[in-house]
Design a protein around this ligand. Structure first.
Ligand code: HEM
Length: 222
């Protein structure tokens, strides 16, 4: 059996935390805890897990800039792949359990309900990122790999709108059940601000100048 020593504490924590929503759903399935509407419950949990993990993957570079924690960069691919796994379960539940693979009804729903169309767009855009997330594709695509993976800057807001639009209320007028989608949107906006080169340089230099105690290792380009 491979020794746990092969893994860093961050790696162990990341795998445990990222697989927690799935383990919890399986546990709930066996203990009758999937609520009165199990399909909706699983859809909502897996949707939120996918979006949360995508945002965490986006947070890696800013966190490395702020804290100089370069090991995070190595964990980004796993975060993205976990997000894709949850998105796949989310979509499979929708197609199979919610709509019983009734394709004509599914296509009709996708075009009738704009929030489903947004979800489908986010999912389709995620596929090339998941497929090319491996080193072989990184080497093969060179610079284009980085541009391709910038799609994440579009996928996260699309998925957040998909979330907000599916809720009762008005996202842009802050009314109804839009508190959580707004929380995701605000974190996303903050992470994008931290990527602006001038802001990024400011925080990187601040960390070096202040010699912050939480500076975990040397700043690294990513
Ligand atoms: C073909 C693609 C997709 C379809 C058909 C779809 C379908 C749905 C449906 C039907 C719901 C509403 C569940 C309910 O409250 O009754 C939902 C919610 C949600 N979906 Fe999707 N989705 C798709 C892709 C995605 C993707 C790619 C993400 C994230 C990356 C995502 C994130 C979410 C979130 C966060 C919610 C709200 C969960 C909540 O209410 O707490 N979805 N989706």
């Amino acid at each position: 059996m491979p020794s746990l020593k092969r893994y860093t504490p961050l790696q162990i924590f990341m795998h445990a935390a990222a697989s927690f929503p799935l383990v919890r759903l399986v546990f709930e399935a066996f203990t009758g805890g999937l609520t009165a509407n199990p399909i909706q419950h699983i859809e909502q949990r897996t949707g939120r897990a996918a979006l949360t993990l995508l945002i965490l993957a986006l947070a890696v570079t800013p966190l490395n800039t702020l804290f100089g924690w370069s090991e995070l960069i190595k964990r980004r691919r796993a975060l993205g792949l976990y997000a894709f796994l949850y998105a796949c379960v989310h979509v499979i539940i929708f197609l199979n359990l919610d709509y019983g693979l009734a394709w004509s009804l599914i296509v009709q729903t996708v075009f009738e309900k704009p929030y489903i169309l947004l979800g489908a767009a986010a999912f389709l855009l995620l596929i090339p990122l998941a497929v090319t997330s491996f080193d072989v594709w990184k080497a093969r695509l060179g610079k284009r790999w980085k541009y391709l993976h910038m799609l994440l800057y579009f996928i996260v807001p699309i998925a957040t709108l998909h979330y907000a639009w599916g809720k009762k209320g008005d996202f842009f007028h802050f009314s109804g059940e839009v508190g959580r989608p707004w929380a995701y949107a605000i974190v996303f906006i903050m992470l994008m601000i931290l990527r602006i080169p001038a802001v990024r340089r400011f925080f990187a230099s601040l960390r070096t100048r202040l010699r912050l105690p939480f500076s975990i290792n040397k700043p690294q380009a990513s």
